[in-house]
Design a protein around this ligand. Structure first.
Ligand SMILES: Cc1cc2nc3c(=O)[nH]c(=O)nc-3n(C[C@H](O)[C@H](O)[C@H](O)COP(=O)(O)O)c2cc1C
Length: 287
């Protein structure tokens, strides 16, 4: 281990000793989870500046003004961008990216994620779900209002959902018949967006956080090896369906995540098929 890494380890141990009570327990519970890829200096601007530090002595890493060369470079890049922005429109792709979305496990998972429309019966257990939720609770959330929750729907509760959907659509079935749509998976998670009154955080931001939790859930399940598909529709926020989910007036049902095992035929196909990603340029522009 290089001296830089040792220093960082020392720092994190020091922090651990300073924590006590609930904060200390939370730290103990999460300390092994906080090693983000870039913290090891593998990627990102931090990696570049650490590599530069390794290559130079601590003294020579500072220029005559005492400024960090990495900061200098960033400042001059910003100036350059400002000059370019004044003369041309659109993003500047002339400097190639050093980001590798195949090598980086998180970026790779993001780029290959797919919805699985037909899942097999095996499902994550509720403890698995709790871990998945723990992992996605880092979702960006203005003022940490936590305006979202999931409801677990298994077994006969899926029939109750089918009945509520029928009720909302005015469908009357023959005795013994049932709405089979909620039966497409053994496990559904309903996502509820639950905004609170806040003078600095408008309601739409809180719905955005809830939607973010939904997208993170899909990604986390994918990464954990489970299949999932987010479904909703025109009936989602009708009165019978809202009543079944015990929603308050200000809450929104954001749909259901149909969850199960990835069928073998999908698994086979996923190893060979490559779905081309949309051209990223269409999602990026300047003012
Ligand atoms: C809020 C939301 C609701 C959705 N509802 C449905 C739905 O009811 N039926 C459906 O076929 N796809 C629905 N989708 C789209 C699928 O979840 C999925 O994203 C789409 O089939 C594309 O597949 P992919 O995720 O592999 O790109 C919904 C997506 C979102 C974000």
């Amino acid at each position: 281990m290089g001296s830089r890494k040792k220093d960082r380890c020392k720092k994190s141990k020091h922090k651990k000793h300073k924590r006590s009570g609930d904060a200390g327990e939370a730290w103990e519970a999460t300390k092994d989870r906080v090693r983000a890829h870039f913290l090891d200096g593998n990627t990102g601007p931090w990696a570049k500046s650490l590599a530069a530090q390794d290559a130079q002595s601590p003294r020579s890493a500072q220029n005559e003004n005492g400024a960090d060369p990495a900061e200098d470079a960033a400042a001059s890049a910003q100036g350059g961008t400002a000059t370019i922005a004044a003369t041309r429109r659109g993003p500047d792709y002339s400097v190639p990216s050093s980001i590798d979305i195949v090598a980086d496990p998180v970026l790779h998972a993001l780029s290959i994620r797919r919805s699985i429309s037909k899942v097999d019966p095996e499902t994550p257990n509720d403890s698995d779900l709790l871990e998945i939720i723990r992992s996605i609770s880092s979702v960006a959330d203005h003022k940490a209002l936590r305006p979202w929750r999931f409801l677990i729907i298994r077994g006969d509760d899926r029939h109750r959902l089918g009945d509520a959907l029928d009720d909302a659509a005015g469908v009357v079935r023959k005795p013994g018949e049932t709405n089979t749509k909620p039966l497409r998976a053994e496990l559904l998670l309903a996502l509820v967006s639950s905004p609170v009154e806040h003078d600095k955080v408008p309601e739409w931001e809180q719905h955005a956080t809830a939607a973010g939790a939904g997208h993170l859930l899909e990604l986390a399940l994918w990464q954990a090896g489970w299949g999932v598909m987010w479904r909703s529709g025109n009936l989602t926020n009708t009165e019978p369906v809202r009543r079944l989910h015990r929603l308050d007036d200000h809450e929104l049902l954001m749909g259901w995540f149909y969850i199960g095992a990835v069928p073998e035929r999908y698994r086979q196909r996923l190893t060979t098929s490559t779905r081309p990603l949309p051209k990223p340029e269409q999602f990026l522009d300047t003012l």
